[in-house]
Ligand binder design. Sequence first.
Ligand code: SF4
Ligand code: SF4
Length: 331
Amino acid sequence: MGNVIKKQSIKKIEESAFYSPKHLQIETVNKLCNAKCAMCTIFTNKRKAKIMNLETFKKIIDKFVPYKEVIEFLTLHGCGEPLLDKTLSEKINYAKKNGFKGIGFSTNAGLLTSKISENLLEAGVDTLIFSIDGFSKEVQEKIRLNAGSFEKIYDNVKNYIKIRNSKNYKSRILIRMIRQKLNYEQWDDYYKYWSNYISKDKGDDIIRFDIHNCGGKVKEYAEMSLPESLQCNSNFISSSKVKVCPDLFERFIIFSDASIGFCSTDQDGYFDFPNILDDEIHNIFNHQIFNNYRKIWLKGGGNTLKYCADCNVINSRNNKTIPMIRSVGEI
Ligand code: SF4
Ligand code: SF4
């Protein structure tokens, strides 16, 4: 009975032109990482370093249970390395038991031991995205500075794949390159190499996502970006496959302190939204600020808006190898 009421209430929300999130992103770790990647905004992030505690996570999941049918992805990352959270497997397990699907996160794989791999798979992780940005020691260690040696990262990921395969866990693996000036020429070899390890029949894939400026916050973006011939210079939205920024319409971001993020480039808390534990989900997701942005994007004026005007995330989405607006969690 409870579930029927919950489903009806979501339908009512959708019919009355309210937006419901399809992608819930809960940042479990903020501003803490074993790596120091040059393209990361962890260094300029204005919020406090924090790992979300298990109790807060459970309260948030409980609150989103009525939405679990419409939420296609639950990603547990943000501006930090998820494997630093010792309760990560428990969090995955709790979300899984509560019926959430598409549970995943991205990791630099530097801290991925056999034990952690087993725990994650046993907890029911649906997708693990490995952020590996080089096919040579020099490039990998330069881009993913301090994440771990090239050999260690490659071994950790291959070990995870072996464990996943040995017990036939229903969990997919995405090997992802953030394509940029230093590594774009390695793509073909990188793709060929990882093709030998992944299993397409399990849903695995090797993907690339072009470096972006994270709303203008990546200071050295110009030096790191791709040659112009490879960039998606779609003149912002005019010839884009993605006409509006999907973040605004689909993604609900909750920071590690339970405050609300605006979009995937927001690491600072651009706006003063109510805390997720203090208000209703549909009130926050249909807050006037979100709706004003949506309206202007739908009218073709997205590139006039504060933050959006300096942002080229949408170009990276258009150039992605998996032609889906909503692949599991991107940074
Ligand atoms: S691994 Fe991820 S969170 Fe850590 S510094 Fe690199 S991009 Fe940032
Ligand atoms: S286009 Fe705007 S809403 Fe979309 S990610 Fe960039 S800053 Fe955020």
